[in-house]
Design a protein around this ligand. Structure first.
Ligand SMILES: [Mn+2]
Length: 597
């Protein structure tokens, strides 16, 4: 089992560790210290050895940070984690603060006198973050001081750093050799006048060098930094031994060096160096500046090329979705056969993972499965633990958001299922969410359109009824990489034009607090629109996910004829593609689940 359900931290650990940290702060001659959730790579997941925020406070959410002074300690979390932070931390020791409503600088101004000195580990904060906070503190006399990590000096029995070996990702799955990618990007660097680019995101390095790893949960990544030069050569900095098995795969133009040599590698770089201030550590910018380099500040040069999947990656992803879809159909058929009220949320998560494992191709789950029944379905980032587990009752909705990591692709799917009769008001909301999902799936749009332009299509049916949801409509997805992949999104905040090959999620929802949650999610890929009478160059979406949508919760009369046609065609296609891949019992279930309405 990949997923676990026990609570890994306790609120009681906070107070003594906070006292120890305050001792270290005083000893270092500082007035405060910052403890971010991020590690030096700024990804969504961190290794246990890097989970300093959870170790100090007990809070295990995927985003947040703490600010500690001699008298006060604050833990900053966003709207997703307001409830969780109070359950997991000792709030007599740490005061939860609403972020981003309250900015770090504003809190520091209140907590410290003029001249206060706040320490931070320059490897754990981005250049952008530190610049913004320093700018906001400019007139206050409060200074941010780079220092050694004080948590590391007091953390007893700290887990060892991850030591998984790097694996080669075969060209047959990548669709382009690492050598070709290196030279393609090197040309981009030269055009920008940069002699080198510093790569600090493990998924960028994994994509560029056609490698994968197992250093952190859920994302098949290796902890490493890299420097790409304008000649296409790469220096890869990682823990000694980690890359031993891939030296031949990497070839003579990729030098494998110890991670401890990364600062020295940066110091050697002269001239103009490409660096992404939104993701590179503050320390990277400081070292380059001290060494006299000129910074070319721009988004990570791998980000867009990685987002534009090639034909091989798209073919692999289609196959991964058929395999994953078969596991989902086995799961849904099994679920429907259980007496309503007989399962708990943990039973559901375990069974679903077992069906995915039965494919013998599952490398990892792509994130912790969300199985939220009744009111838990309305908690958008709900993760079931032994403490929150509840029986999936008759007359409730069950929201299941899950995915798998396969060598050929990464999946992410949400289905919402009625357990017995759907609750009052659920069918109308479900149908409106479905209409939004269909509107995105069927969209045709001119080249140049961005996620921000399409987001409202997914909401229009909900908006007509005064309803909405407080999350984006979709995120980028990698190919056997991160399930949440930048830079492109379907969201009001995304200005990046959609291009053929980009894989996105399409996941509108509706959440009625205390009652139920609804989300319907397919993955889609941007493609050239099928030929029509267009006078513009038009794009469209190809659907990748083929799993039935619960017909019992749809109000057919609310659907326009074209929406009904879309749904019936989707289900017919699901039957044709998935039917041959499932057991006889699941096939009988699939037949009726995909019947036309
Ligand atoms: Mn998703």
């Amino acid at each position: 089992m990949f997923q676990t359900f026990e609570a890994s931290t306790s609120p009681a650990q906070g107070a003594p560790r906070l006292a120890a940290l305050r001792g270290a702060i005083a000893e270092a001659g500082l007035d405060g210290f910052l403890v971010p959730r991020a590690d030096r790579f700024q990804g969504e997941y961190v290794a246990p050895a890097d989970d300093r925020l959870a170790w100090l406070t007990g809070f295990t959410g995927s985003a947040g940070f703490a600010a500690i002074t001699a008298n006060t300690a604050a833990i900053f979390v966003d709207g997703r984690y307001r409830v969780q932070v109070r359950a997991q931390t000792d709030t007599t020791a740490f005061t939860p603060v609403d972020w981003p409503a309250t900015k770090l600088a504003d809190w520091l101004k209140q907590a410290l006198p003029e001249g206060g000195r706040v320490g931070f580990d320059p490897w754990l904060h981005t250049m952008k973050e530190i610049r913004a906070t320093r700018a906001a503190l400019e007139t206050t006399g409060i200074a941010l001081i780079p220092t050694d990590n004080l948590i590391d000096t007091i953390w007893e029995n700290r887990p060892p750093p991850p030591a998984a070996k790097i694996e080669a990702y075969p060209d047959s799955h990548a669709g382009e050799t690492a050598e070709a990618k290196r030279h393609r990007l090197a040309a981009t660097l030269r055009e920008a006048g940069a002699r080198a680019a510093v790569l600090t995101m493990p998924d960028s390095i994994a994509w560029l060098l056609n490698i994968r790893g197992a250093d952190i949960p859920r994302n098949p990544l290796a902890q490493a930094f890299a420097i790409l030069t304008g000649s296409g050569a790469v220096k890869l900095f990682c823990a000694p031994g980690k890359a031993d098995d891939v030296a031949d795969h990497l070839g003579p133009d990729v030098a494998i060096l110890p991670e401890a040599g990364f600062p020295a590698g940066l110091r050697e770089l002269g001239g103009t160096v490409w660096v992404d201030p939104a993701t590179a550590a503050c320390a990277v910018g400081d070292i380059l500046a001290e060494a006299g380099a000129t910074l070319h500040e721009a988004p990570d040069p791998c980000a867009l090329p990685k987002a534009r999947k090639n034909a091989t990656e798209l073919a692999g992803t289609r196959e991964a979705h058929l395999r994953d879809g078969a596991a989902m159909v086995e799961f849904l058929a099994w679920l429907d056969a259980q007496p309503p009220g007989s399962l708990t949320e943990i039973d559901v998560v375990k069974k679903l993972e077992a069906f995915r494992r039965a494919s013998n191709a599952l490398r990892e789950i792509s994130f912790e499965t969300i199985a939220g029944s009744g009111p838990n379905g309305a908690i958008v980032h709900y993760r079931v633990t032994e403490d929150t587990d509840r029986r999936v009752g008759a007359g409730e909705l069950l929201l299941v958001d899950s995915g798998g990591q396969y060598l050929d692709g990464t999946t992410d799917i949400t289905r919402t299922i009625a357990i017995g009769d759907a609750p009052e008001g659920a069918a109308e909301a479900f149908t409106r969410v479905l209409q939004g999902m269909i509107a995105i799936s069927a969209a045709r749009f001119p080249r140049g359109v961005a996620g921000r332009d399409l987001d409202a299509l997914a909401r229009a049916a909900l908006w007509r009824a005064g309803m909405d949801y407080d999350h984006g409509t979709g995120h980028g997805v990698g190919v056997y990489l991160c399930v949440h992949e930048g830079p492109v999104r379907l969201s009001r905040a995304s200005e990046i034009a959609l291009e053929p090959g980009m894989i996105l999620s399409n996941e509108p929802g509706y959440y009625r607090e205390g009652a139920f949650g609804i989300r319907i999610e397919n993955l889609i890929a941007v493609c050239e629109a099928p030929p029509g009478a267009d006078d513009r160059d038009m794009l469209a979406f190809e659907t990748l996910t083929w799993v039935p949508i619960d017909r019992r919760v749809i109000e057919p009369a609310m659907l326009a004829p074209w929406e009904r046609d879309w749904l019936n065609a989707y289900h017919a296609e699901t039957w044709a593609r998935i039917g041959p891949r499932v057991s006889d019992g699941a096939r009988a279930w699939l037949r009726q689940a995909t019947a036309a309405i």
